[in-house]
Design a protein around this ligand. Structure first.
Ligand SMILES: [Zn+2]
Length: 225
């Protein structure tokens, strides 16, 4: 729903940062809806550009098909293209971009060239132990394929499938070592980015450890402060 109080105001150009498991997707969807701005995720930009057969999209796809990272100049080109579309004129919420200081710098230059600037960078912060708890919660049944979540949909008996009584298993992606490794990489990559935006006075840190509605309520009113 569009929030009438904010819909008519100035453009709102936002970046949302948050680790895997921080609830970033939920907050992004809610905020974009409230502010009537597009929620722009890197994955969506890539998919959409590839679908249109655009040169930049195909170039990015060639890197991804080789299992390589999409280079900054290609990524920045895609972001520039996306931000120049009409629906982004009242603002936007970027999710998953930038990932590095070099990309943040590139984003500044794109906006500057368009006579605009970022308004806020929201950093959703959740304790590592809580991220691990959330990201390791999924267990599945190797026999019947049933999926359980220890937080939101636990099995009746610990470690046992409700449907067929087989012992539940974790996929490699959901195991503690994999999750901890992924979170470490994210933290290493993001720390300089957070400092960069803090230094520019744009950073708004938000406690993401609470329930989604409480998290949203805690920062929505502070965006224009
Ligand atoms: Zn089963």
């Amino acid at each position: 729903m569009i929030d009438a109080a904010t819909a008519g105001r100035d453009a709102m150009r936002l970046v949302l940062l948050g680790a895997p498991g921080s609830g970033k997707g939920t907050q992004a969807a809610h905020l974009a809806r409230d502010l009537a701005i597009p929620h722009i995720s890197t994955g969506d930009i890539l998919r959409e550009s590839v679908k249109r057969g655009a040169q930049l999209g195909l170039s990015a796809k060639a890197f991804m098909d080789r299992g390589a990272l999409v280079p900054d100049d290609v990524m920045l080109g895609l972001v520039r293209e996306r931000l120049s579309q009409a629906d982004a004129s009242p603002g936007f919420l970027l999710d998953g971009f930038p990932r590095t200081v070099a990309q943040a710098d590139g984003l500044d230059r794109i906006l500057e060239a368009a006579g605009a600037r970022l308004d806020r960078v929201i950093s959703l912060e959740v304790a590592a132990s809580e991220l691990v708890r959330r990201l390791t919660a999924r267990w599945s049944c190797p026999k019947c394929g049933a999926i359980f979540n220890l937080i939101s949909q636990p099995p009746r008996l610990v470690g046992i499938c409700d449907a067929c009584n087989a012992a539940l298993e974790q996929r490699q992606d959901d195991r503690r070592e994999t999750v901890e490794n992924r979170l470490r990489i994210y933290a290493d990559q993001t720390a300089p980015l957070i400092e960069y935006y803090r230094g520019r006075g744009l950073l708004l840190t938000v406690d993401g450890g609470q329930a989604p509605e409480a998290v949203y309520g805690s920062f929505k009113g502070r965006l224009r402060a």
